[in-house]
Design a protein around this ligand. Structure first.
Ligand SMILES: Nc1ncnc2c1ncn2[C@@H]1O[C@H](COP(=O)(O)OP(=O)(O)OP(=O)(O)O)[C@@H](O)[C@H]1O
Length: 247
């Protein structure tokens, strides 16, 4: 059984359809990346899966359970999203403890104290940060909190929307290493949106290349590394990325 199955997903904002018949499957424990130019619809796919974009057609299911168009708490518990910007995603006047407690209210689950302590430990944040405020933490620590917030409900799937691109280069590697370790330790499945092919190569097993709302190619990371992408646009993306890496 797939951890996540997306079939013919077309998402609209008002009159404008921004993705067209997007289909992919992600196996349990696999890490799958969506890449492509800005505006190609990568984040929109994650927003539809997570329930933030409501106008969609097609089928989305997690661990065999289809998601509906309304708020779907059971689905959300299995499938949690981590956003790009740890500054924007944490409430400035809430302590880390209050932020980590929110999912317990939303999902009506217990064992709060144990799960909060376990999540802080899993992301490598000392317990003394628990009662601090976001402005007392560094960018990397804040992103660790955002990841802990996703983990407290013990999901099977994480949707990662540019999880390191808002961070200083020096802390990007730390957070990427953390995500790699968490996936291994907790058997998590990832769907990752990124502009960076080096990030794909580090964190993903397979990738889909999106252009103008459609998937133009799906490939393994081994194929990406071996320069075996077939689609001309995917090849161009790889070429440009290499240019940037050596610039
Ligand atoms: N809330 C919204 N309302 C209306 N249009 C939107 C909304 N969010 C995104 N769009 C539009 O949908 C299209 C796809 O955007 P999306 O953010 O999914 O692309 P992306 O590939 O993730 O881009 P980026 O890499 O820049 O984040 C874009 O044209 C964008 O302007």
């Amino acid at each position: 059984m797939s951890a996540l199955s997306v079939r013919n997903l077309s998402v609209s904002y008002g009159d404008r359809r921004v993705t067209h018949d997007v289909s992919f499957d992600v196996a349990e424990g696999e890490s799958f990346a969506l890449v492509g130019e800005s505006g190609s619809g990568k984040s929109t796919v994650l927003r539809a899966i997570s329930g933030l974009a409501r106008e969609w057609t097609g089928d989305i299911s997690a661990l065999g359970a289809p998601r509906g168009h309304r708020v779907d708490r059971a689905f959300a518990r299995q499938c949690q999203m981590v956003f790009q910007d740890p500054y924007g995603s944490l409430h400035p006047r809430k302590t880390i403890d209050a932020t980590l407690a929110e999912p317990f209210l939303i999902h009506g689950i217990g064992d709060r104290d144990r799960r909060i302590v376990a999540a802080l430990e899993a992301v490598g944040l000392d317990r003394r940060y628990r009662f601090r405020f976001p402005h007392q933490l560094s960018g990397g620590q804040r992103q660790r909190v955002a990841i802990a917030r996703a983990l407290v409900v013990e999901p099977r799937i994480l949707l990662l929307d540019e999880p390191t691109s808002a961070l200083d280069v020096s802390v990007q590697a730390e957070v990427l290493n953390l995500l790699k370790r968490l996936r291994r330790e907790q058997g998590l499945t990832y769907v990752l949106v990124t502009h960076s092919l080096p990030v794909v190569s580090f964190l993903a097993d397979r990738l889909a290349v999106m252009r103008q709302g459609r998937i133009v190619e799906t490939a393994t990371v081994a194929q990406l590394r071996a320069d075996e992408l077939r689609d001309p646009y995917s090849r161009e993306l790889r070429r440009l990325s290499q240019g940037r890496a050596t610039a």
